[in-house]
Ligand binder design. Structure first.
Ligand code: PEP
Length: 250
């Protein structure tokens, strides 16, 4: 199984910056280990520029940070999986904690988006994770169960398991500089794996579980060596090509 190393740029970079990053990254990836798959989740406005800059770098996959659950229609401000595909994307994030917390996305809506994006041919990284308050109340397992149950409710079982990944991102570790400790990561990833196996059977062993939350070049190697960690989702440290490249090759 290849590790999936994914950059989430959030609302950062213009077209020229994004294209320059992709060109630089393509050069730096020439010596990267073969077992690293690389994805960049860029703002919608940069996707076409990234696709053009990465034309000769098939190793860099492009993704959207969100999508809607319909193909087209009166959904002002939204974007469909087909539109993402048209801009060169093969992946999409669903359920990022910023969308859940700031934009009020429910786990049910996240589930509808996940099912629709997979049906439209995009691979999905479904993001889950608990807040500090939930962790302190001892609700980690209940929160992950709930987000995974709703997030995967209508996902059929007949797709290639490599197409669906789950990113465990404790909300208290995102953009805060606080990284979950090795035992916390292993515990949460083990819970996610168990839930995936319950839902999909043995094929769940081929689904990747990514960790996200203040990953840096300095801590990436230790985190990806942990049980059931099959990749990383990186926000802040993915904005500079040098630090993202160091994480990829960690
Ligand atoms: C994220 O936004 O998914 C994330 C993990 O951010 P950061 O790496 O900045 O904590």
């Amino acid at each position: 199984m290849q590790f999936l190393m994914a950059a989430n740029w959030k609302m950062h970079k213009n077209r020229a910056e994004a294209a320059g990053f992709i060109r630089d990254l393509a050069v730096r990836l020439k010596d990267a280990p073969e077992d690293r798959e690389v994805a960049v989740f860029a703002p919608y406005t940069c996707l076409a520029a990234c696709a053009e800059a990465g034309e000769k770098a098939p190793r860099i996959r492009l993704g959207g940070q969100n999508c809607w659950k319909e193909d087209h229609g009166a959904f002002t401000g939204e974007i469909s999986p087909a539109m993402l595909h048209d801009c060169g994307c093969s992946l999409v994030l669903t359920g990022h904690s910023e969308r859940r917390a700031i934009l009020g996305e429910s786990s049910e809506l996240v589930g509808e988006k996940t099912t629709f994006a997979l049906a439209c041919g995009l691979d999905v990284i479904l993001c889950v994770g608990e807040t500090l308050e939930q962790r302190e109340l001892g609700a980690l397992e209940a929160v992950l169960d709930r987000q995974l149950e709703a997030g995967l409710a209508d996902v059929p079982s007949d797709f290639r398991p490599e197409r669906l990944s789950v990113a465990y991102e404790p909300v208290w570790a995102i953009g805060t500089g606080k990284v979950a400790g090795p035992e916390e990561i292993v515990e949460a990833h083990c819970l996610v794996r168990a839930r995936l196996v319950c839902r999909f059977g043995q094929k769940a062993e081929k689904m990747r579980i990514l960790y996200g939350g203040s990953v840096k070049p300095e801590n990436a190697a230790q985190i990806i060596s942990l049980d059931n960690v099959n990749g990383l989702l990186i926000g802040g440290a993915s904005l500079q090509v040098e630090s993202f490249a160091r994480i990829i090759t960690a």
